[in-house]
Design a protein around this ligand. Structure first.
Ligand code: GLY
Ligand code: MN
Length: 479
């Protein structure tokens, strides 16, 4: 791989050449983007946000930052959830400005005419030399012709346009403040915005658009449900393949590779979060992602793995025995968790408070732990020694997405009760040590109740054991 200093050298040398040479971005660039939501969907969301915030507001929102992995290597770029929701624009260093009452600009098709637009996307200009290293850029023209923005300009025009947008009649500027140090790169893009806002700050109130955008994201449209369904189907197939493939002697990361292979084979480019594959005592680490231990016969394997499909993340957990057969104590814990998962799902329908669904699961877990003698009191407290997290969460553009307190149709939640018994817990019979069980399903709330989207990954012990008698894609030797 070439170094960044060499990249910088090439970039500096080429700066003078480039802009004039920039060509419109070829639309063939979009061909790989199967199933991506059309620009009209994002535009409708921008329109809705403007309606919600009112005529006398302005919205300024920056793309997610590029994050450095080490030295001159960056992490793979992932757009910010809210920015993606409103724009579908995949590049960093972009700024969206919404002006509900409109602003006059030169018509991009005929510069002698003026048109009124309610949105401007500021983007990096085309730059053939940079694109040789970093890939195609849309540039302003591509943002308009291929991504459906009414108006787009390159960065260097942002100051001048904002000065006009903020001149008069604005009551509130909705622009998130950067709190996070990791947001340095985004803060950099917003520097001209911040200095402009500072200069004219007495004229309007500054507010955060995040809560309004998040409320919009909580209830999923039919297009979003379709993408979540696909992400979940892919994740369920990955779990089934992993169950068939796992063998004592494998490393946890080998099992992780099966999940990630299935994601990509089925069209999901990314995992929604790092795969959690914990065998034996690692199953009790909630967000374990080291994934390096050898999987041994007698271990339970807890795999919490979900694919991201076109930005939408699934989240499924299955727990299965490395050797294909649950032991008696493993099965005792498993059956309690499965009962809690099923009781919670049975209660899910519109109008029910999520708190009440959680209470049903907790009562089931507690009663089961009392039945097998690990808990003595049904006081709603002692069982917490083994139950360490809430029942679940919404999924969407973020694996831990924006939720609701009371369920309604077209919200999508996970249901993931778990019991965790660490190897060094005191007073625990030895046969129960190092057992961690979590069973997580993805549930779409429908007008009549719910639909479990993750059914393709079995969670009944007999079905898991039957599936595990088969071999999977991970059992094909690699020479
Ligand atoms: N999938 C990890 C979690 O829900 O926290
Ligand atoms: Mn989860």
């Amino acid at each position: 791989m070439l170094t960044r200093s060499l990249r910088s050298f090439v970039v500096v040398c080429s700066l003078a050449l480039t802009l004039a040479e920039a060509q419109p971005m070829p639309s063939s660039y979009l061909e790989y983007d199967v199933d991506r939501l059309p620009p009209s969907v994002h535009r409708a969301r921008r329109d809705s946000l403007m309606t919600l915030l009112g005529e006398r507001s302005v919205v300024i929102l920056a793309a997610g930052p590029v994050r450095v992995r080490n030295h001159d290597v960056d992490y793979q770029y992932r757009q910010d959830d809210n920015f993606w929701y409103l724009t579908g624009f995949p590049e960093p260093n972009a700024v969206l400005v919404l002006v509900p009452r409109g602003i006059q600009v030169a018509d991009p098709a005929d510069s002698t005419r003026r048109i009124t637009v309610r949105e401007v996307l500021f983007v990096e200009p085309r730059n053939p030399q940079r694109e040789r290293w970093e890939g195609r850029r849309y540039g302003p023209e591509g943002a308009m012709s291929l991504r459906g923005f009414a108006y787009a300009l390159s960065h260097d025009r942002m100051g001048a346009v904002l000065a006009r947008v903020l001149m008069e009649g604005v009551e509130a500027v909705y622009c998130p403040t950067m709190r996070d140090e990791a947001d340095e790169a985004r803060a950099e893009v917003l520097r001209p915005v911040e200095s402009m806002l500072e200069r004219v700050r007495t004229r309007f109130e500054r507010r955060d658009p995040t809560p309004t955008i998040q409320r919009m994201r909580a209830v999923k449209s039919s297009e979003e449900v379709a993408l979540l369904r696909k992400a979940t189907t892919i994740s369920a197939v990955a779990h089934a393949e992993a169950m068939k493939s796992v063998q004592p002697g494998m490393r946890e990361y080998e099992l992780q590779a099966i999940y990630e292979y299935v994601y990509r084979r089925m069209g999901a480019e990314y995992a929604g979060y790092p795969c959690i594959v914990g065998a034996g005592e690692n199953a009790v680490v909630l967000h374990y992602s080291t994934n390096r231990r050898e999987i041994r016969s007698g271990d339970l394997v807890l795999a919490d793995c979900g694919a991201e499909y076109r930005g939408y993340s699934s989240d499924i957990t299955r727990t299965y025995p490395a050797n294909g057969r649950f032991s008696r104590p493993q099965r005792a814990i498993y059956d309690i968790v499965l009962a809690a998962n099923q009781a919670a799902i049975a209660a899910i329908k519109p109008g029910v408070a999520w708190r009440d669904v959680t209470a049903i699961s907790d009562r089931t877990l507690e009663a089961g732990l009392v039945r097998i003698g690990l808990v003595k009191q049904t006081d709603g407290r002692e069982f917490r020694k083994f139950v360490w997290h809430g029942l679940g969460h919404a999924v969407g553009l973020n694996v831990h997405d924006v939720g609701v307190d009371t369920l309604r149709a077209n919200v999508v939640f996970t249901v993931e009760p778990g019991i965790y018994i660490a190897e060094d817990m005191e007073g625990i019979p030895p046969e129960y040590r190092s057992i961690g069980v979590r069973i997580e399903d993805v549930v779409l709330v429908t007008s009549g109740g719910n639909e479990v989207l993750s059914k393709g990954a079995p969670n009944e012990p007999a079905a898991i054991e039957a599936l595990m008698r088969r071999s999977g894609i991970g059992n094909v030797p690699v020479e």
